[in-house]
Design a protein around this ligand. Structure first.
Ligand code: PPS
Length: 568
C-alpha cells in the first residue's frame, strides 16, 4: 500500500470574515432547528469527515446510495445523509431557497441551499440500507418514528462548528488529525472504532493489530450517537483515558469522533472506513459483528457475524483503507494471557465475559476480575452504574381507562414508600393532565405529547435515583418505546400492562365515561372510538378481573425484586 496522502481535505466552511457576514444575513432566512442526529451529520459534512459529500443528499444521490451505495456521480457512499423535516416546515420551502440551519440553542451553523425536496419511500430505505423494514432495528425505528416525513437536499455553506464543551482537547477534525500524523511522521495508522468501554481484550487486540500492520494506533471512539442503552460517552471517555496509559505513548493516540451511528452492520463498516480514510488513516480494524444492531423482531441477528468484513473487503480498494480483521480475543487461564479464539492451545481453559454478563455483574454489584478489565475502568463503570438496587427506575402502567392503573399505582407507591430508601413520585394520567398537560386533548398528536412529557419527567426522576410510577393510558406502541429509550439511558423501565378487558372496564364505568363515549358525547375515546395497541412484551401483565388491588400491587413488587430493583 502506498504512503498516505496527508494533505488537507476539502471542508465546507467559509472564511472567518465571510462567516461573520453570512451569519448576519442568515438571520433573515427561514431556519430549521437541527435534531441531535442532524447536528452530528452536519459537523462531519462541514469538516470533511463525510468527504466527498458537499451537503445533504439530493434525491438522485439518495436513490443511488439506497439502491447501490453510490452517489449519482458513481462515488462509493453507503449511508443516506439526509435532512429530514416535518411536513409543515417542508410546505413553506421550495427548491432554490436558502435556509439557515441552527443548533438546539438557536446558533446558526450553516446555510443549506435547497435543490431537492421529496417524500422518501422509507420502507424501501429500511429494506435496502438496513436489510429489513423491522422496527427492532434502532435506525429503522428512528426512520419511521423519529425522522420527519420529507427530505431536503442541497449543498451546505458552513459557518461554524457545533460547540462542544466536553473533552475539547480530545476532539479533532479530519484535517487536525492529518496534520498531527504529518507532524509526527506517522506513515501507517490503524484506527479502532468503538462505542464500548475498552477492556483488556480490546487493548490486546488493538495492540496486536498495530503490531501486525506495523502501524501506529488511533483509538477513534464514537461520541455522537450510538446504540440506545450504551454506556454514556462521558463515562466511556474517562475509561479510555485510563486505558490510554497502558499503551506506549509514542505509538498510540486517541481522538473522539462525533458520529451518529446507524448500527447498519456491513454498510456501516464501509461508511466507517470512508470516514477514517478522510481522517488520514491507512488501516481499519473490522471486528466480528461490526456495528451490529442485535436481534430482529424474530429473535435472529440482523446480520451474519462476518458480513461486515466481507463487504469491506469487497470495497477495500475504493475505500482506500486496508482492513485488519478482528480476531475475537479470549483469555487463556493456564497461559495467563489473551489469544485469538482460533489459536487457543489445546486443552487450555478459556475464560470470557460477554457484554450481557458484564452488565449483570455491574447491576448486581458482583466481582469483575482483573484478567477481564483494568481496575480503573471498573471503578469508572461502577460510579456510573451502581447496583440496580441503588439506581432509579420507572414503573410504567399502561391500559384502558378504568382498567385499574391508578388504583394499583397508588397501592404500589404506598408499598414502596413503606420500604423507604428512594423518593417515589406518582405521575397518574388524570393528575398529569391537570398539572402538566391541561391544554391537551385526545388526538394522537396530543396523546403523544402528553406521554412524552410524562416520559421526560420520569427519565429525570430515574436519572436522579428516584422511583417514578406512571399511569397513563399510553395507547401507542411507538410512543411507549420512545419513553422506554429515554428512561433506559438512566435506569430500568418496567412496563406493566393492566390488561383488564374492555368489557370489564365498560361494565365498571367508574367515571361514567364509557356511557358518554357510546352515546358519542365523548369523541376519540380509547377502546371505543380510538385505538389501544396492547404491549407485545411488557415486563409484566396483570389482569384485575376478580383479583384485588393489593394482590396486583404485590405482583409488581415481586417483579421489581426479581429484577434486582428492590431488596426484600
Ligand atoms: S393518554 O392517551 O395516555 O394521553 O390518556 P391519559 O392522559 O392517561 O388520560 C386518560 C384519562 O382522561 C380521561 N379521558 C379520556 N380517556 C381516553 N380517551 C378519551 N377520549 C378521554 N377523554 C377523557 C379518562 O378519565 C382517563 O383516565 P383513566 O384514569 O385512564 O380512566
Amino acid at each position: 500500500m502506498s504512503l498516505p496522502n496527508l494533505a488537507p481535505i476539502p471542508e465546507l466552511y467559509v472564511s472567518h470574515e465571510s462567516a461573520q457576514k453570512l451569519k448576519v444575513e442568515a438571520g433573515e432566512l427561514v431556519s430549521w432547528d437541527l435534531t441531535p442526529r442532524q447536528i452530528c451529520d452536519l459537523e462531519l459534512l462541514m469538516n470533511g469527515g463525510f468527504n466527498p459529500l458537499k451537503g445533504f443528499l439530493s434525491e438522485a444521490d439518495y436513490d443511488g446510495v439506497v439502491e447501490n451505495m453510490r452517489l449519482a456521480d458513481g462515488s462509493l457512499w453507503p449511508m443516506p445523509i439526509t435532512l429530514d423535516v416535518s411536513e409543515k416546515f417542508a410546505d413553506g420551502i421550495a427548491p432554490g431557497q436558502d435556509i439557515a440551519l441552527r443548533d438546539q440553542e438557536g446558533v446558526i451553523l450553516a446555510i443549506l441551499s435547497v435543490t431537492d425536496k421529496w417524500v422518501p419511500n422509507k420502507a424501501r430505505e429500511a429494506e435496502k440500507v438496513f436489510g429489513a423494514d423491522d422496527l427492532a432495528h434502532p435506525a429503522v425505528n428512528y426512520l419511521h418514528n423519529v425522522a420527519g416525513p420529507v427530505y431536503l437536499g442541497g449543498p451546505i455553506t458552513g459557518i461554524q462548528q457545533p460547540v462542544h464543551y466536553d473533552f475539547k482537547a480530545r476532539r479533532d477534525t479530519p484535517n487536525e488529525l492529518r496534520a498531527y500524523f504529518r507532524k509526527l511522521g506517522w506513515r501507517k495508522i490503524v484506527a479502532f472504532q468503538t462505542r464500548n468501554p475498552l477492556h483488556r481484550a480490546h487493548q490486546e487486540l488493538t495492540f496486536r493489530a498495530a503490531k501486525e500492520a506495523e502501524a501506529n494506533l488511533l483509538i477513534h471512539p464514537v461520541v455522537g450517537m450510538t446504540k440506545p442503552g450504551d454506556v454514556d460517552h462521558f463515562t466511556r471517555v474517562r475509561c479510555y483515558e485510563a486505558v490510554l496509559d497502558k499503551y506506549p505513548q509514542s505509538t498510540t493516540t486517541m481522538s473522539l469522533l462525533n458520529l451518529a451511528m446507524r448500527m447498519a452492520g456491513p454498510r456501516e463498516a464501509v461508511w466507517h472506513g470512508l470516514i477514517r480514510a478522510n481522517h488520514g488513516v491507512t488501516h481499519f480494524i473490522v471486528g466480528r459483528d461490526h456495528a451490529g444492531p442485535g436481534k430482529n423482531s424474530q429473535g435472529v441477528d440482523f446480520y451474519g457475524p462476518y458480513d461486515a468484513q466481507e463487504l469491506f473487503k469487497q470495497y477495500e480498494d475504493e475505500i482506500g483503507v486496508t482492513m485488519v480483521d478482528f480476531k475475537h480475543m479470549v483469555y487463556v487461564q493456564e497461559k495467563a494471557s489473551y489469544f485469538p479464539a482460533n489459536e487457543v492451545p489445546e486443552g487450555c481453559t478459556v475464560l470470557d465475559i460477554s457484554g450481557t454478563e458484564l452488565r449483570r455483574r455491574l447491576r448486581e454489584g458482583l466481582e469483575i476480575p482483573e484478567w477481564f478489565s483494568f481496575p480503573e475502568v471498573v471503578t469508572e463503570l461502577r460510579r456510573t452504574s451502581p447496583p440496580r438496587a441503588k439506581q432509579g427506575f420507572t414503573v410504567f402502567f399502561t391500559g384502558l381507562s378504568g382498567s385499574g392503573k391508578s388504583t394499583i399505582a397508588n397501592a404500589l407507591m404506598v408499598k414502596l414508600m413503606e420500604m423507604g430508601g428512594r423518593p417515589v413520585t406518582l405521575l397518574d394520567g388524570d393528575v398529569v393532565r391537570k398539572h402538566l398537560s391541561s391544554e391537551l386533548g385526545f388526538s394522537k398528536e396530543h396523546r403523544d405529547i402528553n406521554i412524552k412529557r410524562i416520559g421526560y419527567v420520569a427519565s429525570e426522576i430515574t436519572k436522579n435515583g428516584g422511583i417514578a410510577i406512571c399511569a397513563p393510558i399510553a395507547p401507542y406502541t411507538s410512543t411507549r418505546r420512545a419513553v422506554r429509550e429515554m428512561i433506559e439511558a438512566y435506569g430500568a423501565f418496567v412496563e406493566v400492562h393492566v390488561a383488564t378487558p374492555i368489557e370489564e372496564c365498560e361494565k365498571r364505568d367508574r367515571k361514567g365515561l364509557y356511557k358518554l363515549a357510546r352515546e358519542g358525547k365523548i369523541k376519540e375515546f380509547t377502546g371505543i372510538s380510538d385505538p389501544y395497541e396492547a404491549p407485545a412484551n411488557p415486563e409484566l401483565a396483570v389482569n384485575t378481573v376478580d383479583v384485588d388491588v393489593d394482590h396486583c400491587a404485590h405482583q409488581v413488587i415481586l417483579k421489581l425484586e426479581a429484577m434486582g430493583l428492590i431488596k426484600a
